[in-house]
Design a protein around this ligand. Structure first.
Ligand SMILES: C[S@@+](CC[C@H](N)C(=O)[O-])C[C@H]1O[C@@H](n2cnc3c(N)ncnc32)[C@H](O)[C@@H]1O
Length: 153
């Protein structure tokens, strides 16, 4: 029988993914420390605690924690994105998952009001607020799509 994740219920993701984060690599580490105000020595524990308490099917959650490896800043267009949102353009991260790329942009000086995120999995968006500790501060609009959810990116 298939589980909610679409894998057979006998599939145990913990055999393939380490459920505990030991270290967080840059630039995510700096974002947790400077943007989320979590002391360096608490970052890994904080992430593990949020994941443990969130109650999400572990497989997509492990994958999402892996994607705390940030990518957008590696693209040559990143400085232009940053400059444009600082001057009022809007940026949409379609398939934003935890919203980590949006937090990176805010940490680098983007006004969060110019950033938008959308993901099929609303739980990931919600966990993102707990992970990045910004329920009260992030002013980006993050939502799940109202279009057909059968079309995967
Ligand atoms: C591989 S993850 C990438 C997350 C992030 N953008 C990154 O680069 O690390 C793909 C994400 O896209 C979301 N997704 C897939 N199809 C989508 C759709 N049609 N609309 C919105 N989100 C979608 C999934 O829920 C998942 O969180």
């Amino acid at each position: 029988m298939a589980s909610q994740s679409g894998f057979p219920s006998s599939y145990d993701p913990s055999k393939y993914y380490d459920p505990e984060i030991q270290t967080v690599r840059e630039p995510a580490r700096t974002i947790f420390e400077e943007y989320s105000k979590i002391p360096n020595e608490r970052i890994a524990n904080h992430i593990n605690e949020v994941v443990r308490l969130c109650g999400i099917d572990p497989l997509p959650m492990y994958r999402s924690i892996q994607i705390l490896e940030l990518d957008l800043h590696r693209m040559s267009i990143y400085p232009e994105i940053l400059e444009r949102v600082k001057f009022g353009d809007k940026f949409l991260d379609l398939g934003c998952a935890l919203g980590q790329e949006l937090r990176h942009l805010v940490h680098d000086g983007a006004p969060s009001t110019n950033l938008y995120g959308c993901d099929l999995t609303p739980d990931l968006i919600n966990v993102g607020y707990d992970l990045f500790n910004d329920h009260a501060t992030l002013q980006s609009q993050l939502s799940s799509p109202t279009y057909s959810t059968t079309s995967l990116i």
